[in-house]
Each structure stands twice: as C-alpha cells, then as structure tokens.
Ligand binder design. Structure first.
Ligand SMILES: CC(=O)SCCNC(=O)CCNC(=O)[C@H](O)C(C)(C)COP(=O)(O)OP(=O)(O)OC[C@H]1O[C@@H](n2cnc3c(N)ncnc32)[C@H](O)[C@@H]1OP(=O)(O)O
Ligand SMILES: N[C@@H](CCO)C(=O)O
Length: 337
C-alpha cells in the first residue's frame, strides 16, 4: 500500500497527532497536472482501482474518461481518521504502544485537509489543478478552497452544502447513539469478529438519507418474501456489509467531523464548480446555490436523479461531461494535451 509520512500534525483542537501517515492511490500521466480526488464517508483511496477491482469512481476516472488519466495525474488519499491505511483509530498510539481505538482525538475537516497539504508537499507537489469530491469529500474540497486558494486552481465540491444541516446531524446522532449503545462495541474495545449491530443500524439509518423515497419505491415496490419486505432485507444487508469493512471508531470520528464543518460565512476566493443532485436529503441544492451565488467565481449545475445524495457515485454519463468540460477549461492541461 502506498503511504506518505508527514510527521506530527497539530490539530485544530491544539492536540498533537504524532507520526501521521496518509495512504494514497496515484494514477495517470507521470508529471501531468495534478487532480486531487476526495472520497466520501465510507470511501477509500481506491477511486480508480483496477479493472478486476474497480474503485468507486472507476467510471469517471481513466484513459479518455471525464477525468482523463492520459492528461492528468490523479491522487486520492484515504482520509485522516479513516480505516484503510491512513492514521486513524486503528493506528498505534505512540504514547501507549496500543491502538488508539476510542481515544483517537476528534478531528475537523480542516485537519484532514491540512494533513493532505503536508502530504502533497512531501510528495513534491506544489500545485493542484483541481480538487474534486462528493459529500464528506465535497466538504474537503470546500475547505481546500478556503485554506489554500493559491495552491488550487479550481475546486469541484459535489453533493454538498457549506455546512452540514440539522437533518444530517440528526441522522448522525442516531448512528452515533446506535454504535455507543451496542454492548459488542464495548466502548471502542470490540473484539475481532464482533457482530457490531450498532454500526449496522447506523449504516441502515444512513442509507435512508443517501437515497430517496422515490428510488426505494421504484426498486422495492412493497415486494415481500413472506418473511419481510425487500427494503428490510436490503437495509440489513447494507448494514452487515458496512460493518464487515469499516471500523466503528473511525465512523464516529468522521461523523463528528462532518457535524462541525461550516464555511457558511466564508468567502472562497477560488474558482468553484459545484454539482447538486435532486432529492438529496442531506445537502439540498436549495441551500448550496444561494451560498454559491455569494462567491466571486462560482458556477454550478443541478443533476436530476432519483438516487438523491448518492447521485455522485452513479450515473456518470449524466454529470461526467460537466466535470470534463471544467477540466478542459483549466490553464495547464491545454499545454499538455
Ligand atoms: C465517494 C465515496 O467514497 S463513497 C463510495 C464508497 N462506498 C462504497 O462503495 C460503498 C457504498 N456503495 C454504494 O453506496 C453503492 O454500492 C453505489 C452507490 C456505489 C451503487 O449503488 P446501487 O447500484 O444502487 O447498489 P446498492 O449498493 O444500492 O445495492 C446493491 C447490493 O444490494 C443487494 N441487494 C439488493 N436488493 C436486496 C435485497 N432485497 N435484500 C438483500 N440485498 C439486496 C444486491 O445484491 C447488491 O449486493 P452487492 O453490493 O453485494 O453486489
Ligand atoms: N455512499 C456514501 C454516502 C455518504 O456520502 C458512502 O458510503 O460514503
């Protein structure tokens, strides 16, 4: 696994996180202009992956695709606080020699972006052509524009709003309480192979906000197998799947970071192109667009979809061309095509 070490990081809380590492995936044209891609809550650094194991944006990024790896280098970090190789609750706390688990310090979206800025410096990268990300990744894209407007030419925050709304905080609260009240979670010290019902319920609650009522009604149509409705088995399946691949302490860390993010009162002096998705219950366009209208250099599109919030993970043919057009307008790639 590719990992970059950045040493100690002082967090917004003033706590110091020692021996910080970020795991990453890098693809595309060697020495080409750099695009940073930011994953969502349960994503990871494998945005592209391989043909055998495609990553979550395999349909968007690749040779001749909307994010053309014949032109650009594309880097994705596993987020600070994540559980796929970057420093997070599963990492060893140098103070104790044991994994942090529930003692991992609370993070902000800004801490995550500062860590990535340090990692890029370590990798010898001193300019980004674009930062693209959805959901939590969109919050990071906004934060890149806020913290480092001279380092990045264009930010593309997708399926996001300038802060996380009360509706999102409410569902995060349900998720957090479900995890904390699970005896198997054991205050963060859960045993290997534990059946983490709390994390499963948290994912089920989350799934209801990532899609739309219309999508569920079309897809499941009240079908019943004699024991339960299909939507029930679907949600249970999604809960089990997430609990088998994700660390609950990491999940808590990331939810809390999302809750506190807020650039509502900031003016981002950077080129912004944003996508909102219809029926997004968490990050509605009705909130994002009035904020974008106050920015000096912003444009946007609204994508019609029944997927709602998860629209940024599917139906690339609908919105990929907007991303491609935006990338073609960048200053540097014109020279390198
Ligand atoms: C930007 C980021 O980093 S986030 C991306 C990283 N996260 C992930 O990849 C995990 C989250 N994944 C997803 O959100 C989705 O898979 C998407 C958005 C990528 C695609 O969504 P969809 O194509 O609608 O598929 P969805 O995940 O809803 O459902 C399909 C799964 O449900 C199962 N399923 C469908 N109906 C039922 C049912 N009634 N009962 C039980 N299981 C069911 C399918 O068998 C399938 O299983 P599989 O995933 O093991 O193949
Ligand atoms: N499907 C997304 C939802 C949060 O944006 C994820 O699992 O990360």
């Amino acid at each position: 696994m590719a990992v970059v070490s950045i040493g100690a990081l002082t967090l917004e809380s003033n706590k110091i996180l020692r021996d910080v590492e970020l795991a990453y995936e890098k693809n595309g044209k060697k020495d080409g202009p750099v695009i940073l891609v930011c994953h969502a809550l349960t994503g990871d650094q494998f945005a592209v992956g391989t043909d055998e194991n495609p990553g979550w944006w395999h349909g968007l990024i690749g040779p001749g695709k909307a994010v053309d790896t014949n032109v650009f280098q594309v880097i994705t970090f596993n987020v600070l606080g994540g559980c796929n190789g970057s420093t997070g609750p599963l990492s060893i706390d140098p103070e104790t020699g044991d994994p942090y688990r529930a003692s991992f310090p609370e993070l902000t979206i800004r801490d995550m972006v500062r860590a990535e800025r340090a990692a890029l410096k370590q990798m010898g990268i001193d300019h980004l052509s674009a930062v693209i990300g959805g959901s939590l990744g969109g919050m990071k894209a906004l934060e890149w524009g806020h913290l480092y407007p001279d380092f990045v030419e264009k930010i593309m925050p997708l399926a996001v709003t300038p802060a996380y709304g009360d509706y999102g905080v409410a569902f995060n609260h349900i998720g957090i309480q479900a995890i904390l009240s699970d005896a198997e979670y054991n205050d963060g010290n859960y045993p290997e192979g534990a059946n983490l019902k709390g994390l499963q319920v948290a994912r089920m609650a989350g799934m209801v906000t990532y899609r739309s009522g219309n999508l569920f009604n079309q897809r499941f149509a009240r079908c019943h197998d004699g024991t339960q409705f299909d939507i029930q088995s679907y949600l249970s399946y999604q809960g089990e799947k997430l609990a088998s691949r994700f660390d609950p302490n990491s999940y808590l860390t990331l939810l809390k970071a999302m809750n506190t993010h807020d650039v509502t009162e900031k003016t981002l002096d950077v080129n912004i192109f944003s996508l909102s998705f219809t029926q997004d219950l968490l990050y509605p366009s009705e909130w994002m667009i009035p904020w974008l209208q106050k920015m000096p250099n912003a444009s946007w599109e609204i994508i019609e979809t029944d997927f709602g919030h998860d629209g940024f993970l599917v139906e690339f043919e609908k919105w990929g061309p907007h991303i491609q057009n935006q990338l073609e307008e960048l200053a540097v790639p014109q020279l390198s095509r």
